[in-house]
Write a protein that binds this ligand. Structure first.
Ligand code: ADP
Ligand code: 5GP
Length: 184
């Protein structure tokens, strides 16, 4: 299986760009993550995430169901299900992943040369704060955690194959498409 992965701080635009890509390219399949985080308004189980209870997540973990997983904001867990990779493989499509930085590095170890990683950089931390708040309400603690982690993650940019500056969405999408065309 060949795959493209978008990583970068929460709010850097990974999900937005991934959605635009899968709408446009039938040969790409969005890899749906499992999470214990509750759905935001408009999010749908089995489309945006597999929303699992803590117990369901534990059971997957005990059965070795995850390729990788991380505990992220507000203690919620996020992970890549092995059977999700199998589902995409059976479609014969490229997988498109959206992961945090640590999850991205785990998948790189697993998929090696088959995976191309792209790190999204927001214009500034202030812009990131505004984008996070425009997307959904966050508790002050959750917002502070996301921004503090963003500063840490931005220091890890050199560990990824490509860096994509997401200032203007249209331009960022164009740059990402140019990269995709070079890869296929
Ligand atoms: P991530 O998946 O990296 O956490 P999202 O894709 O959910 O981030 O984007 C966070 C918010 O920022 C969303 O409300 C999205 O519409 C907005 N956004 C993404 N890219 C841009 C951009 N280039 N300019 C302005 N807003 C953006
Ligand atoms: P959010 O709560 O904003 O949807 O996601 C929070 C963070 O979790 C984002 O940085 C997102 O990329 C990351 N994420 C989503 N799915 C996974 C996953 O399966 N594994 C890991 N490690 N991170 C994930």
């Amino acid at each position: 299986m060949k795959a493209l992965l978008l990583t970068g701080p929460s709010g850097s635009g990974k999900t937005t760009l991934a959605q635009l890509l899968v709408e446009k390219y039938e040969g790409l399949a969005f890899s749906i993550s499992a999470t214990t985080r509750p759905p935001r308004p408009g999010e749908v189980h089995g489309r945006d995430y597999y929303f699992l209870s803590e117990v369901e997540f534990d059971m997957e973990l005990a059965q070795g169901g995850f390729v990788e997983w991380e505990r992220l904001f507000s203690g919620y867990r996020y992970g890549t299900l092995r059977r999700e990779l199998e589902r995409i493989q059976s479609l014969g499509k490229w997988a498109l992943f959206v992961k945090d930085v640590r999850g991205a590095l785990s998948l790189k170890r697993e998929l090696a040369d088959r995976l191309t990683t792209v790190f999204l950089v927001p214009p500034s931390i202030e812009a990131l704060r505004e984008r996070l708040l425009a997307r959904a309400p966050h508790t002050p603690e959750d917002l502070a955690e996301r921004l503090a982690r963003a500063e840490e993650e931005l220091r890890m940019v050199s560990q990824f194959d490509y860096v994509l500056y997401n200032d203007d969405l249209k331009r960022a999408l164009e740059r990402l498409e140019r990269l995709l065309h070079r890869l296929v």
